[in-house]
Design a protein around this ligand. Structure first.
Ligand SMILES: *[C@@H]1O[C@H](CO)[C@@H](O)[C@H](O)[C@H]1NC(C)=O
Ligand SMILES: *[C@@H]1O[C@H](CO)[C@@H](O)[C@H](O)[C@H]1NC(C)=O
Ligand SMILES: *[C@@H]1O[C@H](CO)[C@@H](O)[C@H](O)[C@H]1NC(C)=O
Ligand SMILES: *[C@@H]1O[C@H](CO)[C@@H](O)[C@H](O)[C@H]1NC(C)=O
Length: 331
């Protein structure tokens, strides 16, 4: 059941917020990009000290020649972090790459004010602690023009979550620096149900990087319920729906006997018990009606005799059983 009115309403608000964000980011381009590793970190990192990534690590990125570009390996618990480009360790000559370390972010970020064609390549960050090493690769593409459609920089990953737990999805795309003042990029999450796009039961947080050239969105579900399981769509578009990118992911691990199933089972059991009771009452009533009539008929005498015997025997057995269970006190 899509709700088009509410949807377009929220899209309007979203577009307005996006416009606002785009202007404020423009004022402090470097900061918005270089503090990437300090914002929107995973929940529940707590004070754990083992080496790990602190947010979703992007492995594909794009830049338009001459514009700002930064790459990130946001992590914690490492003793050292080393950067390589196409296997060559930092620092690089200008022929290899113009990207430089950003020490204020504990070397988790490298950046350049003006990305060049030569900067394109396979960047690797290597994190080390005393016992382990984690390498992460980021492929940087540099192009002369803005893309025609949004290009995926982070495709959302399937998630597995227990009922009641929290979960978050992330999706991100490169849209380039839209020159025209009325040009807007939008990003939204939908849940797919029976082939229809439904509004999301969860919090969506839009983030911009690289002066709005990269647009991303977190979808946070803080308390997973039955209806949250299923398929999700992240749609990125600019200049209207003609130029759009769709990325899908699933939320898995719905309990086998769902709450709904359990309710249904309970309902069915109750119905079965009630109908069995009703049937028993009907049978008993018929028997009570038939029995006196049966007794009055000679043809039935033997039959009734047998029945009476059965009932009496039953009674006798019952009494016998009762005495036994009462034990020697009764004897
Ligand atoms: C980690 O944080 C929790 C509370 O968030 C605290 O109870 C615990 O003592 C902390 N552990 C360490 C090793 O600091
Ligand atoms: C190093 O990092 C790995 C991976 O996060 C972790 O399992 C291991 O315990 C860490 N070793 C030390 C000495 O902290
Ligand atoms: C960052 O890298 C520089 C140069 O490689 C190094 O001297 C410095 O110690 C590093 N800082 C951190 C926090 O790792
Ligand atoms: C980047 O380089 C590493 C080895 O240094 C390689 O394993 C990886 O596949 C490369 N990635 C791409 C996209 O070429």
């Amino acid at each position: 059941m899509a709700k088009p009115t509410a949807l377009s309403g929220s899209t309007l608000v979203f577009a307005a917020v996006c416009g606002l964000l785009a202007t404020s980011v423009g004022a402090s381009e470097d900061q918005s990009s270089t503090d990437h590793c300090f914002r929107n970190l995973y929940d529940g990192l707590g004070n754990s000290t083992f080496m790990q990534f602190t947010k979703e690590a992007i492995s594909m990125d794009y830049g338009v020649q001459g514009s700002f570009k930064s790459l990130h390996c946001c992590a914690k618990g490492y003793r050292s972090i080393e950067w390589l480009k196409d296997g060559k360790a930092y620092p690089w000559t200008s022929e290899i790459s113009s990207l430089i370390l950003y020490p204020e972010a504990s070397n988790q970020t490298i950046y350049t004010r003006q990305v060049q064609a030569a900067d394109a390549g396979n960047y690797t960050c290597v994190l080390r602690n005393d016992t382990h090493k984690i390498a992460h690769h980021i492929l940087l593409n540099v192009q002369g023009n803005l893309p025609d459609i949004p290009l995926a920089t982070y495709r959302p990953h399937d998630q597995v979550a227990e009922l009641g737990n929290s979960v978050r999805f992330y999706c991100e795309a490169f849209v380039g620096k839209l020159g025209l003042p009325d040009a807007k990029s939008e990003i939204s999450w939908f849940q797919i149900k029976d082939g229809l796009e439904e509004q999301i039961d969860g919090e969506q947080i839009t983030v911009l990087r690289e002066n709005g050239q990269n647009i991303g969105s977190y979808l946070k579900i803080s308390h997973v319920q039955i209806h949250n399981y299923g398929r999700y769509l992240c749609r990125v578009q600019f200049n209207g729906a003609a130029h759009h990118l769709e990325m899908y992911a699933g939320l898995f691990n719905a309990p086998i006997a769902t709450e709904i199933d359990r309710t249904l089972t309970l309902y069915h059991t109750l119905a079965a018990v009630l109908s069995a009771a009703a049937a028993a009452i009907v049978v008993l009533s018929i028997w009570c009606l038939i029995r006196p009539w049966c007794l009055r008929r000679n043809g039935c005498k033997n039959q009734c005799q047998i029945e009476n015997n059965m009932v009496n025997n039953g009674c006798a057995n019952e009494n016998y059983g009762r005495q036994n269970s009462m034990g020697p006190r009764q004897v």
